[in-house]
Ligand binder design. Sequence first.
Ligand code: PRP
Ligand code: MN
Ligand code: MG
Length: 183
Amino acid sequence: GSAREQDIKHILLTEQQISDKLDELAAQIDADYADRDVLLVGVLKGAVMVMADLSRKLKHTRTSMDWMAVSSYGSGTKSSGVVRILKDLDADLTGRHVLIVEDIIDSGLTLSWLISNLRSRGVASIEVAAMLRKPDAAKVEVDVKYIGFDIPNEFVVGYGLDYAEQYRSLPYVGTLAPHVYEG
Ligand code: PRP
Ligand code: MN
Ligand code: MG
């Protein structure tokens, strides 16, 4: 296989499994919002794939898209829960139905902060759609209405998820072979 395929130890979720799950989530979202206008808020950069694929599967929900980029204060890979806005939304959220779109909920700290931040802007409603969740990594409970898969607490890449900004474009989700981070 290719160089990047050799960096993947195990494929956790295939392209087909992801697509089938997004069909299910889109049907739920269509049923719940039933012709209302929804503002999809993608969290850069990991959420780009879920945003692109999920939004195109919505058949009855009228959507707009906006994007936020945030960065966690604190050292290294450990999220502190204190979040800095790198790019804020363009849209005014007053009276809007907001659906946050995320690739993964790890500690839950990013999303927990984001929900309270966006809720305080006068939204009509706010919900979350996340492709992946690691229940064993949770430091804070986040109320997520639309969840794709619960996965083990292992480092995963692909479908938007990166290791040092690489592997986001893999069409599947896989675990990383140890030789990659052992140098
Ligand atoms: C990752 C992921 C989520 C967040 C989850 O983003 O895409 O946004 O971390 O972690 P948490 O639940 O522990 O807060 P990252 O900060 O790596 O930025 P990226 O999306 O640009 O990769
Ligand atoms: Mn992210
Ligand atoms: Mg990342």
